[in-house]
Ligand binder design. Structure first.
Ligand code: PLP
Length: 420
């Protein structure tokens, strides 16, 4: 399939868009409207991932390798756990770095290893608010021909996120930047805008605007919606904890593909640019604010440009609400008390927003995307629930490794020096 920039530039094949990350005119690549997907959808997550992605890869250089890319990346489950008839979690944290970003990062890596010419050295340069960096590092770790350079805002990620980011070594360089996530993102953008630098290091992008990360995220919504229908539930609503709107946009694409999905509700933390935009119609990006749900500390959600491109009236396609840190804390405590489940601060944003919807009379089956494992945020979660949270084995293995991150000033000059 050919895709086109939100800013109207030339159309390019999907795999070119995946290799580039961002469109050359500064816009985001978008697929044209898709025909509804009649199926067959298959029975398990990898089969459904392949079915959801197939129309996008039709006629593409990667079309014949799509099944292999899916098989390599969808190696862990995305189970749905229902608390009762109407409310449940879609657990997206069973991958190697315990956050949903493993799905997109691994699929992107599977594509890029096939797209970057053999013998050419590529540098994956990525800014992270906490979870992207580890997912991307894990996906490219020890892959010949690739090195990963991760920038994270020093002191603004959880201690375990920081350890995880620095625990890879080998072909992964981790830089802790004296600044915010916005600074990290600005530096990465500036590096990509520098053609000499891009050419010298073979820079490739892995941030959340890449279609190689965005499109595979449809798969678990497809999977969960079909399972809910098979269980006799009908169309299911989704509440998606949101920062850059990549995960939420993937849910929208799944609904457009014809899946039985009802409302899509975006839940943000105190960085409330999206809910404010949907309420007022005015987009006012802000500096990001540090919250307990740090992987969603985004003041200028990059995929909003896709939503505005796709929907003449975005507020008719999705709704959004935000919660403050106190509400996150209260929700974590209440979810253990009422549901017997410990959730991460991001998932708590989703559950809190759902509770408000219920209070306003919203009915019907609803799944909250559980975007990360609570053990990643032990310093927030454990004091609230009064017990230790068991660490999943993959995360434990990373935490057992020594960690190393080099300090860096928030300047392009320093980044250029680190790139070598
Ligand atoms: C990245 C992340 C989010 C936000 O996802 P977007 O696609 O940027 O909206 C939410 N929760 C967790 C745990 C994350 O790592």
């Amino acid at each position: 399939m050919m895709v086109q920039s939100t800013r109207g530039g030339e159309a390019v094949p999907l795999s070119v868009a995946i290799a580039r990350g961002q469109a050359t005119d500064g816009g985001l690549y978008m697929p044209p409207r898709l025909p509804p997907q009649p199926g067959p959808w298959g029975d398990d997550l990898p089969a459904r991932a392949a079915a959801a992605l197939r129309p996008y890869f039709a006629g593409d250089a990667l079309a014949l390798q799509l099944d292999d890319c899916v098989r390599e990346s969808f190696t862990f489950p995305a189970p749905t756990t229902w608390f009762d008839d109407d409310t449940g979690l879609l657990e997206l944290f069973h991958g190697p770095t315990a956050a949903f970003k493993d799905f997109g990062a691994r699929f992107l890596a599977a594509c890029l290893v096939r797209l970057v010419p053999r013998g050419k050295q590529a540098t994956v340069l990525v800014a992270t608010s906490g979870d992207t960096g580890a997912a991307v590092a894990a996906a490219f770790w020890r892959r010949p021909g690739f090195r990963v350079v991760v920038l994270y805002p020093d002191g603004r990620v959880s201690p375990r996120q920081a350890h995880q980011l620095g625990a890879f070594g080998d072909n992964v360089t981790t830089l802790r930047v004296a600044g915010t996530f916005d600074d990290c993102q600005r530096l990465v953008k500036a590096a990509f805008a520098d053609h000499a630098l891009t050419g010298k290091h073979g820079l490739v992008s892995a941030n959340s605007i890449s279609l190689g990360r965005l499109l595979p995220q449809m798969a678990y919504y497809v999977h969960a919606a079909l399972d809910a229908r098979a269980a006799g539930k009908g169309a299911v609503h989704f509440v998606v904890p949101t920062g850059n709107l990549g995960n939420g946009f993937a849910c929208l694409l799944a609904r457009e593909a014809g899946l039985p999905i009802g409302r899509i509700v975006l839940a943000t933390n105190g960085n409330r640019v999206l809910p404010d935009f949907l309420r007022t119609g005015r987009y006012e990006p802000k500096a990001s604010l540090a919250t307990l749900a740090n992987a969603m500390d985004v003041g200028a959600p990059s995929n909003l440009e896709r939503l505005r491109d796709r929907c003449a009236d975005p507020a008719s396609a999705v709704t959004a609400d935000w919660v403050d840190d106190d509400t996150i804390r209260r929700t974590i405590t209440a979810t253990l008390r009422d549901r017997g489940t410990v959730v991460c601060p991001h998932t708590a944003c989703g559950l809190a927003v759902l509770e408000r919807l219920r209070a306003r009379g919203e009915t019907g089956p609803c799944l909250v995307a559980a975007t990360a494992h609570p053990a990643k945020f032990d310093t927030v979660v454990e004091p609230l629930v009064g017990r230790s949270v068991p660490v999943p084995p993959a995360l434990a293995a990373l935490l057992a490794r020594p960690a190393r991150a080099e300090p860096m000033a928030a300047t392009l000059a320093d980044l250029v020096a680190r790139l070598g």
